[in-house]
Design a protein. Structure first.
Length: 128
């Protein structure tokens, strides 16, 4: 079905996290993008905004639905992917590479303890 890179952590709400020291790159999974369909709008916070684990930091809108995007970590937004805000339809082209949403300076890396591995996430969404 879909690719789930092994170097990422995954959440129940279909966000992924790539950790690089104290910086988390956050995006949404290929599974979530597929479920949404054609993406028409993306709203992300500005650089410097504080995000809280489990709280909404933005929305993604498709022709089918509008969904909240939740922060998997608490921290300060270092970068938001403005290319995707300007062209949200491109999010499906490279979900785990150029289609990241935020880069966040993490306050507490232990918040990632409850996330899933690629194998666990695959089992959750594909029922295997």
């Amino acid at each position: 079905m879909f690719e789930y890179p092994e170097d990422l952590k995954y959440t129940n709400s279909h966000e992924y996290i790539r950790l690089d020291d104290q910086t988390a790159t956050v995006g949404i999974t290929a599974f979530a993008i597929d479920q949404l369909g054609d993406i028409v709008f993306l709203d992300l916070p500005e650089v410097g905004t504080k995000v809280e684990k489990g709280q909404t930091f933005g929305t993604i809108e498709s022709v089918k639905a509008v969904e909240d995007i939740y922060s998997p970590v608490t921290g300060t937004v270092l970068a938001a992917n403005s290319d995707l805000v300007d062209a949200p339809e491109n999010i499906a082209s490279d979900p785990y590479g150029t289609s990241w949403l935020l880069k966040v300076n993490i306050e507490d890396a232990s918040e990632l303890d409850g996330t899933m591995s690629a194998t666990e996430y695959r089992s959750k969404v594909e029922g295997v």
